[in-house]
Design a protein around this ligand. Structure first.
Ligand SMILES: Nc1ncnc2c1ncn2[C@@H]1O[C@H](COP(=O)(O)OP(=O)(O)OP(=O)(O)O)[C@@H](O)[C@H]1O
Ligand SMILES: [Mg+2]
Length: 265
């Protein structure tokens, strides 16, 4: 490990651009993620969240700009960057035919770790999957699958973890279980970048929240800072804090192309 990889933010993104043909998805994205923090990237469908994560995970090349993970530039040092990360994609990557435990053992073996069985048992325990460990994943609920998926991404103790919509499609109870797992991760010093469309998820988990909209980060701050951006409330609302959802809509709502104005009179 070089000195460069020890100092500085866990993730640094500067001027990132990416187009698919004529579709300009990222048009100059900038953000930093401090070590050991949870950073939530919010955005509507198609705003470029997965594209950003895929670039950071070295699965996709940017057209312009730079991105580094754990101090390693993803374009010039992709192998070092990859060693620093773990990715849980938008769609679960578990093998349905194997049991939960077998999935974990497989990943530990692929990562050439000692005692894969013990690693698997420890993770099953941490994610409340011990009882289901021997069962085929095809019998798991969505929440159990997601937890297993996240558990798999923890094998090898990567300093930086990407979670692309970790709770998409889960019921409220399963979401809370995943949130607890993510909080535990960050509590142990792992840096977490998660993407989500669920604003309450960002509100619950993130130290900082950035909103990706029309190819750029239009807001980046703590929840408290974001709340200060919310337009001053009227007398009727003095007792109510704006939810992140209201802040989000207030911030991105202004440039809705089909904006119908003056409907309140
Ligand atoms: N390989 C590709 N080829 C062409 N267009 C693509 C490709 N991948 C993504 N896109 C387009 O780029 C845009 C951004 O996609 P991306 O998956 O990054 O969005 P997202 O914010 O993750 O959306 P979602 O919330 O639906 O997951 C979308 O309009 C998508 O259709
Ligand atoms: Mg996506």
């Amino acid at each position: 490990m070089t000195a460069e990889s020890i100092a500085g933010p866990a993730i640094r993104v500067q001027g990132l651009e990416k187009s698919y043909g004529k579709l300009e998805v990222l048009r100059g994205v900038d953000f930093d993620v401090a070590r050991g923090t949870i950073f939530a990237l919010l955005g509507s469908n198609g705003s470029g969240k997965t594209t950003t994560v895929r670039i950071l995970a070295t699965l996709l090349k940017a057209d312009a700009g730079t991105a580094s993970v754990n101090g390693f530039d993803v374009a010039t040092h992709p192998a070092n960057a990859r060693e620093s990360i773990s990715l849980t994609g938008q769609f679960a990557a578990v093998d349905e035919i194997l049991s939960g435990r077998e999935n974990l053992v497989l990943v530990a073996k692929l990562r050439h770790l000692k005692d894969p069985g013990a690693i698997a048992d420890d993770l099953l325990d941490r994610f409340s999957l011990t009882g289901a460990g021997a069962r085929r994943v095809s019998t798991y609920s969505g929440g159990m699958r997601r937890r297993l998926d996240i558990a798999m991404s923890l094998i090898g103790n990567s300093p930086v973890i990407f979670l692309d919509e970790p709770t998409a499609g889960l019921d409220p109870e399963a979401r809370i279980e995943v949130w607890d797992a993510v909080k535990e991760l960050a509590g142990n010093g792992t840096t977490v970048l998660l993407t989500t469309q669920y604003l309450d998820e960002a509100e619950q988990l993130a130290d900082r929240i950035a909103i990706l909209h029309q190819g750029r980060i239009i807001v980046n701050g703590t929840l408290t800072e974001l709340k200060q951006l919310f337009p001053p409330t009227t007398v009727e609302y003095v007792e109510k804090q704006p939810t992140l959802e209201e802040i989000f809509l207030a911030i991105i709502g202004g440039d809705d192309e089909s904006d119908a104005t003056g409907t309140n009179n």
